[in-house]
Design a protein around this ligand. Sequence first.
Ligand code: ITT
Length: 210
Amino acid sequence: MPQENRRILVATTNPGKIAEIRAMLGAETRWLSLGEVGAADEIAEDGATFAENARKKALGYARAAGLWTIADDSGLIVDALDGAPGVKSARFSGARPDDHDRRLIDRRNMAKVLCLLNGVPKERRTARFVCCLCLADPEKVLLETEGTLEGLISDTEIGENGFGYDPIFFVPHLKKTVAQLTCEEKNAISHRGNAIRKLKGLLDELLRAS
Ligand code: ITT
């Protein structure tokens, strides 16, 4: 792809994800949002794995927009809940209404996790965030990466930054929840940060070769 035409769609409706992906992937490429290309949020995330959903979103939006497209599917895995909320992380406390208030839904989802873990001791509150990224053109998958972040589910919500389950995800070596980290601190250790760093290396190679 010639340098001057480098435009890649970031196919997410989540403003928190867009900010993290754009901040890390660099300024040489023009990163477009779904709003900027007039694409509707219409691809069902009904796969059994994060990787399957990321692939489906990347290919679907790449075809709809006629652009190279990056999609992310991510979520929280809690060991004591047999891996839940998993691929249902965004809708763990019920379906998301069309006019959803993300903060309200995040709070409901966190309340459900804390309620289910009530009485579970610290050593059994292990959890991880997982992020699968997929880059596709309208015909095929070009690149796929995965990143994880290990931690513990706290007893209460702590911190104001980030999104989703960040206020209840405690990172032991930092002695903070992810919601107490700045955007830069989160990107340096997070599941999405790790997946993006891997993707960036592969994307740079792919762009050099094309
Ligand atoms: P798109 O599908 O439009 O990308 P979404 O928010 O619906 O946006 P997902 O289906 O991938 O995204 O759901 C991921 C959910 O997992 C998200 O809504 C959060 O609840 C949680 N999650 C993912 N990454 C997270 C992070 O970095 N911090 C906290 N929670 C996260």
